[in-house]
Design a protein around this ligand. Structure first.
Ligand code: FAD
Ligand code: MLT
Ligand code: ZN
Length: 470
């Protein structure tokens, strides 16, 4: 294996192959639950180097774990503990290659940090709408590989819907040149969509052509207190009716989740949460004038108060206030991390089934594990809940995880199945859910996934043991 490290040094330059020292930034997962050990970390600077690295690793029989910002939440971007896998970091490949205003597209390398991509679009006078709490560190390659969701899906879709073309290095080290900006191209199987969401198991994304949108002329943000999850769903229905395509974000947050933000970041001043079990953050972004947008927004809130699905609300009066409200929402994950580990879920359900799911699952968990605390929040507009489960007050978090994780997952996933949902909405499968998938995914679909993996990566070089076992 030493000779592979030498070969890699020769291919990408010695400073870009790290084999000693503290590599925990690459080897430990974001939640700090699992630490792997890589043979080395290799940081190629261009697509040809990625292809050469893949060929060298394949020839040496070493498997590769691709990594972007290492913010993934399903343990898919770190090496196992064998010390034999090559960690391939795309971080040096971060250039914006081109902006085409008339075609409304931007072409970037996969290591481009999402926030830098958003800023490049804005500087050119356009919107790139993908938005996640991790946007300061995650990369567009990671977003594509996980088909990330985030807070604007209700209007713009997941990362998949934002992508037009991909450049990919295959498991054989060939370069698939698919960087098209075409909105129509029916020339065969959709290979782009096969690579999107494949979590580095079928190919390495090196660049992408993404869609741009006009910047909205007006944007309004409100924070509402709602008495129940059923009321939150009613409010969502009203928001669709009143705002139409202007509705860009609809997030729900439970009282305990917000109390953690209040506890760990009191300076953020979380509004309304003390008097209500649920809060909703909603956003309307429009091409119409501010005045027109505000009139529609006010009509929505008036109807919601009349119907009793909103009991109190704060409407942001400035961009700064709106940003602060979003900052509170996006701090929930960090506040949870400050509080200690909990059992995380990222589930999707038909929106109409969410109130019944929450009622049934809350009750079952409370019955089985008295005192358990639920850190619930999520992208209600897309039917995506982060239905997280925390140890009872004063309980030992580690012991709780060790003794209850399997049981809690079983209860939650059985209810997800009962209400026709999915056990992974936006974070992916990684190694965390790979062994649960066979119990919850259609067996024919899973078998086809394994067939595709074997066909595209017959020697299991790319991210083995993630998504599907072969
Ligand atoms: P990594 O974590 O480095 O990798 C993720 C997966 O993609 C791994 O399997 C890896 O092997 C593969 N991969 C990475 N780059 C490539 C590439 N170029 N080619 C092939 N495979 C590759 N996710 C959401 O969907 N919605 C959210 O709202 C959201 N909010 C978050 C908030 C916080 C605070 C945090 C920490 C995470 C959040 N996430 C969210 C999860 C995470 O940020 C996303 O999954 C993100 O898309 C991962 O990007 P990354 O560059 O960090 O990828
Ligand atoms: C979010 O919506 O904030 C994320 O998906 C992260 C999380 O689930 O903690
Ligand atoms: Zn999320």
């Amino acid at each position: 294996m030493t000779s592979l490290i030498d070969t890699l040094r020769h291919l990408v330059g010695a400073p870009h192959v790290l084999a000693e020292g503290d590599l925990s930034a690459y080897e430990m997962d974001w939640r700090k639950r699992i630490q792997g050990k890589a043979l080395c970390v290799v940081r190629p600077g261009n697509t040809e180097q990625v292809a050469a690295v893949v060929k060298a690793c394949a020839a040496a029989g070493a498997s590769i774990v691709p990594q972007g910002g290492n913010t993934g939440l399903v343990v898919g971007s770190i090496p196992d503990d064998s010390g034999r896998q090559v960690l391939l970091s795309l971080q040096r490949m971060n250039a914006v290659r081109a902006v085409d205003g008339e075609n409304l597209t931007i072409t970037v390398e996969s290591g481009c940090v999402l926030q830098n991509l958003q800023q490049a679009a804005e500087q050119a006078g356009y919107l790139f709408p993908l938005s996640l709490g991790s946007e300061g560190s995650c990369t567009i390659g990671g977003n594509l590989s996980t088909n990330a969701g985030g807070t604007q899906v209700v209007r713009y879709g997941n990362t998949r819907e934002l992508c037009l073309g991909l450049e990919v290095v295959t498991a054989q080290g060939d370069i698939m040149q698919g960087l098209t900006g075409l909105r129509k191209d029916n020339t065969g199987y959709d290979l782009r969509d096969l690579f999107i969401g494949s979590e580095g198991t079928l190919g390495i994304i090196t660049a992408a052509t993404m869609k741009l949108f006009p910047l909205p002329a007006a944007s309004l943000t409100a924070w509402a207190a709602v008495p129940s999850m059923r009321d939150a769903v009613t409010l969502l229905g009203l928001a669709h009716q009143h705002l139409g395509a202007g509705l860009t974000g609809f997030e729900v947050m439970g009282q305990f989740a917000l109390s953690l933000v209040d506890k760990h970041y009191p300076q953020l001043r979380v509004p309304l949460f003390k008097e209500t079990p649920w809060c909703v953050l909603l956003e309307n972004a429009d091409s119409e004038s501010e005045e027109h947008a505000r009139t529609r927004f006010e009509a929505l809130m008036e109807t919601a108060f009349e119907q009793g699905c909103v009991t109190d609300a704060v409407v942001a009066e400035s961009l700064t206030q709106a940003r602060n409200l979003w900052h509170i929402r996006e701090s929930i994950t960090l506040a949870q991390a400050e509080e200690g580990l909990n059992i995380k879920h990222d589930i999707s359900l038909p929106v109409s089934a969410i109130p019944a799911f929450v009622e049934a699952t809350d009750a079952e968990l409370m019955r089985e594990i008295p005192g358990v605390r639920l850190v619930d929040f999520g992208h209600l507009g897309d039917g995506n809940l982060h239905y997280n489960v925390q140890a009872p007050e004063g309980g030992d978090t580690r012991v709780f995880l060790e003794t209850q994780e399997e049981r809690v997952n079983h209860i939650v996933y059985q209810n997800v199945r009962r209400f026709h949902g999915s056990i992974s909405a936006e974070h992916g499968v990684g190694s965390m859910k790979v062994d649960s998938l066979p119990s919850y995914k259609d067996p024919t679909a899973l078998a086809l996934m394994a067939t595709l993996k074997r066909a595209l990566d017959p020697h299991n070089t790319l991210n083995p043991g993630r998504v599907v076992r072969v």
